[in-house]
Design a protein. Structure first.
Length: 267
């Protein structure tokens, strides 16, 4: 990405900020002062997704056998572990760096180039990481919530982090952009996009089904997860919260047991 591209990106963010300030509702969420603008971009993204990306992902899921889809997804995920490991190193998380690098080497060799996620099968969990998280660990504040065209949920910090992710992917060969052959590179970009959208089909269907306000639901889940990733990185905590709808519903449906003395065994 060249310097003129950086300048254009910064200009777009500035225009977004000015537009958002004019469009914000009267009493916005403090984390989302640009809610009026963000909802407009969210609606645009949702319209494009329902008209283009979601049907393509559904068709891909329909015509591609599950083992092939799983192999493709695992391979993209495996290569992405290189950049995740790099961010763990930059954050000073040596243990996570070694574990993630080990995952990559194990899956690349024993998993046939990453086609099979043998590392997870053997208890080596995947550690999500990116440059936005690294900036947070370094002390950069999250800034206002921001919905980016096509990219979706983000923040000012994570939006800047996307530039680092792009450049880092080129240097670590964890992005199709690192491939010089243009037809192959563009094909992999398209496949990566379709695979990503296909992996989210169940999640988006669940949000559409249970959320009264999908925008707020996605925003809150995103901000909570990003905060947990930064907090876990800074404090060395490996376990991130699980935002599974099913788990929350199950917990709410389980009645609390009254406390009382243990029953006395009969003689």
């Amino acid at each position: 990405m060249t310097m003129p591209t950086y300048a254009r990106f910064a200009s777009v963010l500035a225009v977004c900020a000015l537009t958002a300030g004019c469009a914000a509702p009267g009493n916005p969420d403090p984390r989302d002062p640009w809610e009026g603008f963000n909802r407009g971009v969210y609606k645009f993204n949702d319209t494009v997704d329902r008209a283009l990306f979601k049907p393509v992902a559904q068709a891909y899921t329909y015509v591609t056998p599950e083992p092939v889809r799983s192999c493709v997804h695992n391979m993209f995920s495996n290569v992405g572990d290189l950049w995740s490991a790099t961010n763990s190193f930059l954050q000073g998380r040596g243990h996570d760096f070694v574990n993630t690098l080990g995952r990559f080497l194990f899956n690349t060799t024993m998993g046939v180039g990453g086609c099979f996620d043998v590392a997870s099968a053997n208890g080596a969990r995947k550690i999500p990481n990116d440059f936005g998280t690294t900036l947070g660990v370094w002390g950069l504040g999250q800034g206002p919530y921001l919905v980016l065209p096509f990219f979706g949920s983000s923040s000012v910090r994570d939006g800047v982090g996307l530039i680092g992710d792009w450049q880092g992917g080129l240097y670590t060969y964890s992005s199709p952009g690192a491939i010089e052959n243009v037809p192959i590179r563009n094909s992999l970009w398209g496949l990566d996009l379709v695979d990503t959208r296909a992996s989210l089909l169940d999640t988006t269907d669940t949000v559409d089904r249970v959320a009264l306000d999908p925008y707020s639901f996605i925003r809150d889940a995103y901000l909570q997860r990003r905060a947990a990733m930064v907090r876990g990185s800074a404090e060395g905590e490996g376990n991130l919260p699980d935002y599974s709808i099913e788990d929350e519903d199950d917990a709410a449906a389980t009645p609390a047991q009254p406390a009382g003395p243990a029953p006395t065994p009969t003689q």
